[in-house]
Ligand binder design. Structure first.
Ligand code: PGA
Length: 257
């Protein structure tokens, strides 16, 4: 079964809602039906821009998916500063990033917390983009497959095969994020294949065949085609380059340029 590529722009803590509107308008100017048919295009703004982008996407009937960068695992309650999965679902967000390495390293998102978030996102009908990836030290020590396999297994705890089949996993080596250092396409392929192998062991071949696995870490217009030519890479989670709608459009049109 062919997996539809998915390109997601993770804006991190960048762009206020007015800038965000401009970026999506410019992105939509570049893309056409052929692009959207070939590739799922997703933008993942900060919380403050979600409503503006939802309104723009729905008002102009743009086939662009909307995602959030994080959520709390509880549906409501005394969690000052947090945003819940049902709130995001109400805004018709379709994707939520769970366990980005910046959340794991700066905000204490452990494997267990990531798993709770993944299950909350699924419970409210959205698709988690579950991030995994090793640090530079772990790679130097040759532990990358062990580390990533542990993260995938823990993150998918109590997730059913049907749910896992529709999930997105983003393999993002921490040393390649925002550094300009990309994993080689071959290294990225080895790790994405390893992630698929873990999914096959946890579930079965059909879940492994349908789950989509992105590579993330300094993806740019110049390296996207090589990455996407790899058998187990189904898309990219793009940080820096997604802030520039011209660059992100080229990334989304990787198959045509
Ligand atoms: P980058 O970020 O493309 O700026 O390296 C990727 C990510 O953190 O999702």
């Amino acid at each position: 079964m062919a997996r539809k590529p998915i390109m997601a722009g993770n804006w991190k803590m960048n762009l206020d809602h007015l800038q965000a509107i401009q970026v999506v308008q410019q992105l939509a100017y570049h893309l056409d039906t052929t692009d959207y048919d070939a590739t799922d295009v997703v933008v993942i703004p900060p919380f403050t821009a979600l409503r503006s982008i939802q309104t723009l996407i729905e008002g102009d009937r743009l086939p662009i998916g909307l995602g959030a960068q994080n959520c709390h695992w509880e549906a409501a309650g005394a969690f000052t500063g947090e945003v819940s999965a049902p709130m995001l679902a109400k805004l018709r967000a379709q994707y939520v990033i769970c366990g980005h390495s910046e959340r794991r390293t700066l905000f204490g998102d452990s494997d267990e917390i990531v798993n709770r978030k993944v299950r909350a996102v699924l419970a409210h009908g959205m698709t988690p983009i579950m991030c995994v990836g090793e640090s530079e030290e772990q790679r130097t020590a040759g532990e990358q497959e062990h580390v990533v396999s542990g993260q995938v297994t823990a993150g998918l705890h109590d997730v059913t095969g049907d749910q896992a089949a529709d999930l997105v996993v983003a393999y993002e080596p921490i040393w390649a994020i925002g550094t300009g250092k990309t994993a080689t396409s071959e290294d990225a392929q080895v790790m994405c294949a390893a992630v698929r192998g873990v999914v096959r062991e946890l579930y079965d071949g059909s879940v492994a065949d349908s789950i989509r696995i992105q590579y993330g870490g300094s993806v740019k217009p110049g390296n996207v085609r090589d990455l996407m030519a790899q058998a187990d890479i189904d898309g990219a989670l793009v940080g820096g380059a997604s802030l520039d709608p011209d660059d992100f459009a080229v990334i989304c049109r990787f198959a045509r340029t």
